[in-house]
Design a protein around this ligand. Structure first.
Ligand code: NAP
Length: 321
């Protein structure tokens, strides 16, 4: 396969895991390139406020992304904005194929491709996407100033984004399928104390209704009684979890039934030199600080891996001379 460039390390994904890996890789003097297909910062670029990244009591998702990107750039890391379309592991060297037709090679790869918001999969959801249905409060909340919206989900994302929307919208319905929220206690308390938010317990949306002007209502089903009802809203924001972006995971790498990659404590997969960090990696909790920590672990382990590999290659050259 013709190669356009060879590196010590290729990082795929520019979220907190990938960018932190970039910082540590550059400090370890690895020749590194980071590939990101869209905005640096990953999912946090879509977050309103971040309040649990140590050292920052309050910081906007956008500002934290910018800081992480600038920190990585300060070490002179090469960054390419395009999509990685395939990872081809090799015995001697790994390859990453890019959408623009180039193929890059490296001794080690850190895959930090994160995840995408999960959809509900109900009638009307795709039809009204961008016309009332959204998966990003920071991106689209502005269009719902003084309007009525529904937020679907009961986790940290639904509560955080519901609180963000309550500052813009006239009324926010938080629609949750059970009678208890999954979110952290502090977010639960804030949601329950917010006079603009009303929680609709034991309800799931079953259909999005609207017309030429966009979304008009959502049909809800009571998970206890099975009864359905109509909730008139101008917008529906869906936060029902993430699906890991595992399309690039090569054959031979173990995954959970949900599609998260199983690694060892160094974040290394069953393929030597292939590491996985962040939301794609199977773990107990998904937090920005954990993704960053994994980026650090993987980069340190990758540096060790590359050093050993180069030493072995040098030894075998000497023996064959
Ligand atoms: P999550 O924790 O998986 O919560 C998803 C929520 O959506 C749950 O309440 C779930 O209900 C509900 N749900 C799932 N499928 C549904 C469906 N088909 N219909 C209706 N409701 C459905 O996802 P998340 O809130 O996006 O968070 C993902 C991870 O990121 C978590 O580990 C979270 O702690 C972390 N996170 C942290 C922060 C923070 O610390 N500031 C912010 C955002 C996210 P059930 O509860 O009944 O399962």
């Amino acid at each position: 396969m013709p190669t356009d460039a060879t590196y010590d390390l290729i990082i795929v994904g520019g979220g907190p895991g990938g960018l932190t890996a970039g910082i540590y890789a550059m400090r370890a003097a690895l020749k590194t390139v980071l590939i990101e297909k869209s905005a640096y910062g990953g999912q946090i670029s879509l977050s309103g406020e971040v309040e649990n990244y140590p050292g920052f009591e309050h910081i906007s998702g956008y500002e934290l992304c910018e800081k992480l990107q600038k920190h990585a750039e300060s070490y002179g890391i090469e960054m390419i904005q395009t999509e990685a379309v395939a990872i081809d592991p090799g015995m001697d060297i790994h390859s990453v194929r890019l959408e623009d037709g180039r193929t890059l090679q490296s001794h080690a790869i850190i895959l930090a491709s994160g995840g995408n918001p999960r959809k509900l999969g109900i009638p009307g959801e795709n039809e009204y996407y961008g016309r009332g249905v959204s998966y990003c409060a920071v991106c689209d909340g502005f269009f719902f100033r003084n309007k009525t919206v529904a937020v679907i989900g009961g986790g940290d994302s639904a509560c955080e984004e519901g609180l963000y929307l309550s500052k813009l919208a006239k009324k926010v319905y938080l629609v949750h399928r059970r009678d208890a929220l999954r979110a952290s206690r502090i977010l639960q308390q804030r949601v329950q104390n917010d006079c603009h938010i009303e929680i609709l317990w034991n309800k799931i949306p079953v259909e999005v209704e609207g017309g030429d002007a966009g979304l008009r209502a959502i049909r809800l089903k009571d998970t206890q009684t099975g009864e359905t009802s109509e909730l008139a809203v101008d917008g529906m924001f869906v936060f029902v979890g993430f699906s890991p972006n595992n399309a690039l995971v090569p054959a031979g790498v173990r995954m959970t039934p949900e599609g998260h990659v199983i690694t060892d404590e160094k974040c290394e997969t069953a393929i030597p030199g292939l590491f996985v960090v962040g939301d794609l990696r199977q773990k107990y909790a998904r937090q920005i600080v954990i993704a960053a920590g994994e980026g650090c672990t993987a980069a340190l382990a990758a540096a060790h891996f590359v050093e050993n590999k180069k030493a072995r290659l040098a030894d075998s050259c000497e023996l064959s001379e």
